[in-house]
Design a binder for this molecule. Structure first.
Ligand SMILES: [Mn+2]
Length: 323
C-alpha cells in the first residue's frame, strides 16, 4: 500500500489560505472525524477552514473536537482556494453542499472507497487504507501540523468506526500503527467507546426493535433483510441517523451471506444498505442501482415502490449469494 501523499495535494494545502472541508451525506465516523481533524490541523497552520455538510451532526458524535464548527449549505460563503472532500466516493455524496464544492477552483478527493471515480482536481484514492482518517493522518504529518489530543481524537474515531472497532478486514497493520500513534498523542479509546458503543438513546433501541420485528430470511438462509418505513421512525421518535448499524444485525445469522436493509424514504424511493460476509461483492450489487461502497458494505438509493425495489434487489442478492 502506497501511503505517500501526492505532492499536488500537499501543494494546494500549503499554498491555499481558505478551504471548504466537506462531509458526505449521512456522515459516519470516518467522514466526521477526518473532516473535523483536517479543519483543526489546517486552522493550527493559520488557514481558514469552513466545515460544511448537508446533514446535521449525528448527536452521538458531539464529543468530537471541532464538531461545533459544522455549517449547513446556506451558511457557506465563498470564495475558497479549494474544497477538500475526504471519504467521499463521488461528488454526488456531497448532497446539498455540491454547488458550493463546484464553485471552488480546486477540489481535493482523498478517499479509500474502491468505487471512487477519481473526481476532482487532485485525487488520492487508496482502497486498501482502513479509513479516510488514516490517509488524512499522513497528509497532516506531511504538512507538519502539531498532533494535538483533539486532533488525535478525531482521526482515531475515523479509523475505529470505519474498521468496526478493528473487526473488519479493512483493519491493517498500517492502520493499527496510525491508531497507536493517535492514542500515544492523546486520543482516548474509552471516551470514544463510551460515547459510541456503550451509550444509546431509548429511541434508537426502539427503532432497532421495530427493525428486528421485520426480519426475514430466504428459504435457504443465504440472504436476510429488515425494513423500516417513515412510520417506524415516527413511532420510535428516532432521527434517520439512528438506523445506522441496523444492517449489521441480519448478517449475524449463521449462514447468511448477504444482509439487506430497506429504508423507505418516500413513495418511490428506498435507501438500500448491504452487508456481505465476504463471498459476495455487495459494492457490485449496489452499483446496479447507482450506489457503491466496499466489497462487504455498500448502499444505494433505488427508485420505485418498496415492493418493486425489494423484488429486484432481493432477486439480485439471492443470485449473487448462489441461492
Ligand atoms: Mn470511510
Amino acid at each position: 500500500m502506497n501511503l505517500e501523499v501526492p505532492a499536488g495535494i500537499l501543494g494546494v494545502l500549503r499554498k491555499g489560505r481558505r478551504f471548504l472541508a466537506v462531509l458526505h451525506e449521512n456522515p459516519d465516523g470516518d467522514s466526521l472525524g477526518t473532516t473535523f481533524g483536517l479543519a483543526l490541523a489546517l486552522s493550527s497552520l493559520g488557514k481558514e477552514v469552513v466545515v460544511a455538510g448537508g446533514d446535521p451532526l449525528p448527536p452521538a458524535y458531539a464529543f468530537l473536537p471541532g464538531s461545533d464548527r459544522l455549517r449547513g449549505p446556506s451558511e457557506v460563503v465563498g470564495p475558497f482556494d479549494a474544497a477538500i472532500l475526504p471519504d467521499c466516493a463521488d461528488l454526488g455524496r456531497t448532497g446539498t453542499v455540491r454547488p458550493a464544492v463546484e464553485s471552488c477552483p480546486v477540489v481535493l478527493n482523498i478517499d479509500h472507497h474502491g468505487s471512487n471515480d477519481r473526481f476532482g482536481t487532485h485525487a488520492w484514492v487508496v482502497p486498501e487504507a482502513s479509513a479516510a482518517g488514516e490517509l488524512v493522518y499522513h497528509v497532516i504529518m506531511a504538512l507538519g501540523a502539531k498532533m494535538t489530543p483533539a486532533l488525535a481524537m478525531c482521526l482515531y474515531t475515523a479509523i475505529v468506526t470505519d474498521t468496526g472497532s478493528f473487526h473488519y478486514e479493512s483493519t491493517t497493520p498500517e492502520g493499527l500503527e496510525v491508531a497507536a500513534a493517535l492514542v500515544r498523542a492523546g486520543a482516548s479509546p474509552w471516551l470514544l467507546a463510551s460515547r459510541l458503543y456503550e451509550t444509546r438513546s431509548e429511541s434508537s433501541l426502539r427503532l432497532l426493535a421495530r427493525a428486528l420485528n421485520t426480519l426475514e430470511v430466504s428459504p435457504r438462509g443465504k440472504v436476510s433483510w429488515v425494513t423500516l418505513t417513515p412510520a417506524d421512525f415516527a413511532a420510535a421518535a428516532a432521527p434517520e441517523s439512528e438506523s445506522d448499524g441496523i444492517v449489521n444485525y441480519p448478517r449475524q445469522i449463521a449462514g447468511v451471506e448477504v444482509a439487506v436493509f430497506f429504508r423507505v424514504l418516500g413513495p418511490d424511493q428506498v435507501r438500500v444498505g448491504f452487508r456481505s460476509r465476504g463471498r459476495v461483492d455487495v459494492a457490485a450489487l449496489a452499483a446496479r442501482y447507482g450506489g457503491g461502497g466496499h466489497t462487504k458494505a455498500a448502499g444505494c438509493v433505488a427508485s420505485g415502490s418498496l415492493d418493486m425495489v425489494k423484488a429486484a434487489v432481493l432477486g439480485a442478492a439471492l443470485e449473487a449469494a448462489g441461492e
